[in-house]
Design a protein around this ligand. Structure first.
Ligand SMILES: [Zn+2]
Length: 414
């Protein structure tokens, strides 16, 4: 049995949002879905994403259409929201239904897709760069251009020409021709399908492409095209763009982001890059100054600690918990202590922000700081270790650090 193909109403009228149809088939699994004799719903294909909307039965049961897809046999499947809402009895084959396409979503798709045709033609005319693919996402669209290079000037000139074509409000016609006829028309792109009849989108005196998508009736309805990110891809260059309301929404979002950033700098939005550069330079300078100050402070503190610590059995044992210094400073202090004196053993700790311990000895002393740290970590429930001369560890709580250091010091002094 040959199943009749779905009559695609959108082929002839992209602005048809309401239509009547008859149920041909119900599909249960894997998701509830419906096949109609005719439809204005666009199924995902040719880079354009599907429509959404509603299907209402005679019995007034309303179903939300969440996805529309093409089947290999030429029929169009309308998928519904959820199984629980699916009333099979209301949609038996032969039932008359009314379809309503979400017009806002459809208009957006028309703006993006027609915008793509104009943009692709502009890149081809100006820079001899053919479009090899088109992708439509929820927030932006992209085309891949077959070109090894793409300059800022080429991007801007294509954007300018595309917007001029929009401003000229050229007619966009739908034409049907045979494949043979199409061969002599100089199409921008011939489809790979074997179909005898081709549907052409004709942007008057500017672009002629075979395409099954939904398009505006006049280029002015695209409203505007804004080119965004470009990036090198395997086949050439990818150009992201937004058209129509999306272009306005994107520009609005950019402006809000920039305004918020400019307020942080108390600057005009166009001065933000300069201000950001200045701030980064300042941060770099301050970071360097801070490092130097820390070095000097650690050296001074180490010298003071060594001066006040008596040497016992050829060893200067420095035991300190620093509440207001981070681990980096404590390590720096340990380093200074063991370099300034050949006999120093440092048992240091910090309680904030992360309770940590650092043990160090001057090079050549016989103790094993790594082993001592492991032993201490076992007692305090932390993790750490290190070499013979320098070790560090982190503990879950500052409680017990002082008593642990005291116990080690007593053991070392014994
Ligand atoms: Zn197209």
């Amino acid at each position: 049995m040959v199943l009749p193909m779905t009559d695609r109403l959108y082929y002839h009228d992209s602005f048809l949002y309401d239509f009547d149809a008859e149920v041909r088939d119900i599909i249960d699994a894997p998701r509830p879905a419906l096949i109609l004799d005719r439809t204005a719903f666009y199924p995902t294909s040719g880079g354009q994403v599907h429509d959404t909307g509603w299907i209402t039965s005679d019995a007034n049961a309303k179903f939300r259409v969440t996805e529309v897809a093409d089947m290999e046999d030429g029929r169009v499947v309308h998928y519904f929201e959820a199984e629980r809402d699916f009333d099979k009895a209301a949609l038996q084959p032969g039932t008359r239904v009314r379809g309503q396409v979400d017009a806002t979503r459809r208009r957006d798709h028309m703006q993006q897709h027609s915008g793509q045709h104009v943009l692709s033609a502009a890149f081809l005319r100006l820079h001899d760069m053919p479009t090899v693919s088109f992708h439509m996402a929820d927030d932006y669209c992209s085309i891949d251009l077959d070109t090894p290079t793409l300059t800022k000037e080429q991007i801007e000139s294509a954007e300018r020409l595309a917007n001029e074509i929009i401003l000229e409000n050229r007619g966009v016609d739908i034409r049907f021709v045979t494949r043979e006829e199409a061969g002599n028309l100089g199409l921008r792109k011939l489809p790979p399908t074997e179909r005898d009849e081709l549907r052409l989108i004709d942007i008057r005196d500017f672009d002629l492409s075979a395409c099954g998508g939904t398009h505006v009736a006049q280029t002015g309805q695209i409203a505007s095209i804004l080119l965004r990110k470009t990036e090198k891809v395997r086949q050439g260059w990818r150009v992201e763009f937004v058209a129509g309301q999306r272009a306005v929404a994107t520009a609005r979002r950019d402006f809000s982001t920039l305004t918020e950033t400019a307020a942080l700098f108390s600057a005009h939005i166009y001065d933000v890059p300069q201000q950001a550069r200045k701030s980064l330079d300042e941060i770099r300078t301050l970071r360097k100054q801070r490092e130097q100050s820390q070095e000097e402070l650690a050296a001074a503190q180490a010298a003071a600690l060594l001066a006040e610590t008596a040497e016992v059995s050829g060893r200067k044992l420095v035991v300190r918990t620093l509440a207001d210094r981070d681990l980096n400073f404590v390590k720096l202090l340990a380093q200074k202590l063991t370099r300034l004196s050949p006999h120093a053993v440092a048992l240091l700790a910090t309680t904030s922000p992360q309770p940590s311990l650092v043990f160090a000895q001057s090079a050549g002393l016989p103790l094993d700081m790594g082993a001592l740290m492991k032993e201490t970590m076992t007692k305090l429930g932390g993790r750490g270790g290190g070499s013979k001369d320098l070790a560090q560890g982190g503990v879950p709580s500052a409680d017990g650090i002082d008593s642990a250091l005291k116990a080690i010091a007593e053991k070392l002094m014994a």
